[in-house]
Every structure is written in C-alpha cells, then in structure tokens.
Design a protein. Structure first.
Length: 248
C-alpha cells in the first residue's frame, strides 16, 4: 500500500503487519480507514502464506477510535457505519492468530477492538479508555458482552460508566492485556508472531477455532442489542445530546 494510506500493510515470512497510519489524528478512523483495515484483515485471512497478523499504530497512539470530525459531514455517516460493520465482521471471523501491539493510547473502538484479538501486548505507557457515556453513547463492537468476560463485571462497569483511563499495568492485571512491555512493543509482538508461525498451521487454526467456539454467536447477539439501544437513544435524543455526541 502507498505511504499516504490510512492503513499500511507490510510482510515478513508468514506474518502480515497492519499499521494504522494517521498519527496526526491519533490513528482515528474515517470510513476510508475502516475499509482499508477490513481489507487488510480479509487479505491476511485468505492468503495461504500468512499464518499470523499483527496490528499496531504509528506514532504516539494505537487508535483513538472513530474520528469524530467525520460526523461533521452527514454524507459520511452511512459510509462510516458500513465500514465499521465491515471491520467488525473481519475481526470476528478472522481465522488465524491476531496479535495487537498497543503502542499508545487506545480509546473507544481503539480499545474495544482489542477484545477480538487473541493476544494483546501493550507498551507500559499505553492507556485505555471507553468514553461512551460522556458522548451520550453506549458500548459497541460487542464490548457489552466481551468486556465483562475479560475484566469481570465490576471493572467493566466502572470503565464504561466513568470513562476513566486504565493504565497498561492495570489493564494487564485486569485481563485486557496479556503482556505489558517496557521496550518497543512491536518488537515483542513480532517475536511472539514468529514463534506462532513456526507451528503447524492447521493445528494453530484449529486450536483458535476451539478456543473461540461460541463467541461469534454471543457477539452477534451483543451487536444486535447495542444497535437497538443506540437507535433508541438517537430517536429520543435532545439537541444537547446531539451536540455532545458529535463533539470532540
């Protein structure tokens, strides 16, 4: 892909490295970014020579989630929704090990997408935040089901209701992060990926399928609940709600 693209894809033997490439906007997603991320995942999933995918961000942030400035253009709303759905489908159905190298702040979808990864490594200075309620929104990406399972009910509840930051060491203790890294997290993530790609591919993919059995159905149900709740919120929105939800 071109260097000016929102999502960069590079390869080494058996590994697809996917890098969010909007550092000036903290790697926040536009509709184009969603489409490119989904396409990168789909290509890695279908390529027989790829055994593992690693996802990271360029610059100081992993991802700030959706770029709220995109909401300034009403014509972009449908494309944002379609792109988001495409990314979610690619994440939920990804058949190979998916590893995150969280190099900085992970906010909103930048955080909730991690619940669909098999292994999450984070720089010790990384931070996580779910600012949905302060934006007048509710959890998305199936996180209303996945987050309590990963963190426990009370920790997930506080994270979603408060919008407080969670530091990487605390995220590791809670279960959102597998490994907290003092150095360059991408180096560690790629080393983990190299170890995995050396194993028999058919056994690795079969193991992932067993470990994630039943999760796809739960996520589909959670997505339906989240969608219906969001539709109801928007339908009953006041002007203040609409202004707050569309502001950065």
């Amino acid at each position: 892909m071109r260097a000016d693209t929102d999502v960069l894809v590079t390869h080494e033997p058996g590994i697809s490295l996917i890098t969010f490439n909007r550092p000036a906007r903290r790697n926040a997603f536009t509709a184009r970014g969603y489409r490119q991320f989904a396409r990168a995942l789909e290509q890695a999933a279908s390529a027989p020579e790829i055994a593992v995918a690693v996802v990271t961000g360029r610059g100081a942030a992993f991802s700030a989630g959706v770029d709220l400035k995109a909401f300034d253009n009403p014509a972009e709303h449908a494309a944002l929704s379609a792109g988001f759905d495409q990314v979610l489908n690619a994440l939920v159905t990804f058949p190979k090990p998916l590893i995150a190298a969280v190099n900085g702040a992970a906010v909103g979808f930048g955080m909730t997408m991690l619940l669909h990864f098999d292994l999450v490594l984070a720089n010790e200075n990384a931070r996580f935040r779910a600012p949905f309620t302060e934006l007048g929104l509710v959890p998305e990406a199936g996180s209303s089901d996945l987050l309590p399972r990963a963190l426990g009910a009370q920790q997930a509840t506080w994270l979603c209701l408060s919008g407080d930051w969670m530091e990487a060491p605390d995220a590791a203790k809670a279960g959102l992060v597998w490994r907290c890294v003092a150095g360059r997290v991408l180096d560690d993530a790629l080393e983990v990926a190299r170890q995995v790609r050396m194993k028999p591919t058919i056994a690795v993919q079969a193991t992932k399928q067993l470990l994630t059995f039943g999760r796809r159905e739960r996520i589909a149900e959670a997505l339906r609940r989240e969608h219906d709740t969001m539709v109801a919120l928007v339908a009953n929105a006041t002007p203040d709600f609409e202004r707050d939800a569309g502001s950065e």
